[in-house]
Design a protein around this ligand. Structure first.
Ligand code: GAL
Length: 374
């Protein structure tokens, strides 16, 4: 038990190293792409620490946590980023932490909160030991937390952040609940910086105003709200003048974003200098529309996304997307799993655990792609 506690603490620290080394600290202030390159020596050190840690945790899990059941519910399986995330969760819990495969069950919330609440209720009835939840609606957290609390089951929320009041309640009332995610303000800020780092700072036609369209994720989601707000804030805080031609919800979805971008390009034509997408799936859709309209990214239009999907990072390398932001699903999956293991051990954990984003531009895109494909 003691060993596991120590090991998990180290594991958590090492999970942060990749991102911290990449971003030069937390907060919403950006850094240059150059300063984000993790040195080879650091990476090697992190890898060996992570290996030692994982082995020790695995041994401990084999003893103390053998037979423990982890119930996971993802807001919907049909989401590019959350698919990477859930694959890594399953891999890390079973391969690195040693939970039995049959004891890690992942369910599809299908974008329906009522359905997901039922699934969670079933996990509770079947006496799962810990839950990792990516809620359909973050506003359901108080109700779900109370259900878990009544059953004595700890819960780790991921990706869709409950509001601060709810997170504070866990702390004040000593509820075994915690959140693991990223501060979306940081990703928005990085997107704005990527535009400011272009040769004409986003003002392609030189009229002194950056004309943009904003393709949003699900607006109920704080990631969508903050990315929308802070990408533009980075521009205005630098003194730039901006004009929003259009803001529309694309629900994180490639096909919806393609349609929105296509209609906007028809309506506003050359006026559009920048297309901000709250994620990469939508940036991929926007790129299809941009190419179909005969426009050229980085020449007569800029395009940015978030997540660092491999296709999008390849597009950054090829000059077909201006930049993206790595939404580090490896560190998030690791931190969430480590939190679940800690809670299973009866430890008290922080109520909010943030992993850093990493800004991806042409300079570090190849490096990132190599890491993603490893
Ligand atoms: C965001 C991610 C999106 C989508 C969303 C789901 O963090 O950037 O692509 O997966 O989470 O809540």
């Amino acid at each position: 038990m003691r060993l596991l506690k120590k090991v998990l603490a180290v594991g958590l620290a090492s999970a942060m190293v990749f991102s911290m080394a990449g971003c030069g600290g937390s907060g919403t202030k950006g850094t240059t792409a150059a300063s984000e390159a993790t040195t080879a020596a650091d990476t090697k050190k992190d890898e060996s620490t992570a290996e030692t840690t994982a082995k020790a945790v695995k041994d401990a899990v084999g003893g103390d946590l053998a037979g423990k059941k982890v119930g996971i519910s993802i807001y919907k399986f049909d989401d590019n980023f959350m698919t990477l995330y859930r694959t890594e969760l399953q891999r890390y819990l079973t391969e690195d932490l040693g939970f039995k495969k049959e004891n890690v069950v992942i369910q599809d919330g299908k974008g329906d909160q009522a359905e997901q609440t039922n699934q969670i209720q079933n996990f509770i009835t079947q006496k799962y030991d810990v839950l990792i939840l990516n809620l359909v609606q973050a506003s359901s957290a108080p109700e779900i937390t109370d259900m878990c609390k009544a059953a004595g089951i700890p819960v780790v929320y991921i990706n869709r952040e409950p509001d601060t009041e709810e997170e504070q309640r866990w702390k004040d009332e000593k509820i075994n609940a915690t959140y693991v995610g990223c501060d979306a303000r940081q990703s928005g800020t990085y997107q704005g910086e990527e535009i400011l780092e272009t040769s004409n700072k986003g003002d392609i036609n030189g009229d002194g105003v950056i004309n943009y369209i904003m393709i949003q994720g699900d607006p109920e989601n704080v990631d969508a709200q903050y990315r929308t707000e802070f990408s533009v804030k980075a521009l205005t805080e630098s003194g730039a003048k901006v004009k929003e031609l259009l803001k529309q919800r694309g629900d994180w979805d490639q096909a919806k974003a393609q349609q929105i971008a296509q209609d906007a390009l028809t309506q506003y034509g050359d006026q559009i200098e920048v297309i901000f997408c709250n994620n990469d799936a939508m940036a991929l859709g926007a790129l299809q529309a941009i190419e179909a309209a005969g426009r050229t990214v980085n020449k007569d239009i800029y395009l940015v996304g978030v997540d660092a999907l491999t296709e999008a990072v390849q597009n950054v390398i090829d000059g077909k997307q201006t930049g993206t932001v790595f939404n580090d699903h490896f560190s998030q999956a690791k931190t969430a799993s480590d939190m679940a293991a800690k809670l299973l051990q009866g430890e008290t954990v922080e109520n909010v655990n943030m992993v850093d984003y990493i800004k991806i531009t042409k300079e570090n895109a190849q490096d990132t792609l190599n890491k993603l494909k490893k």
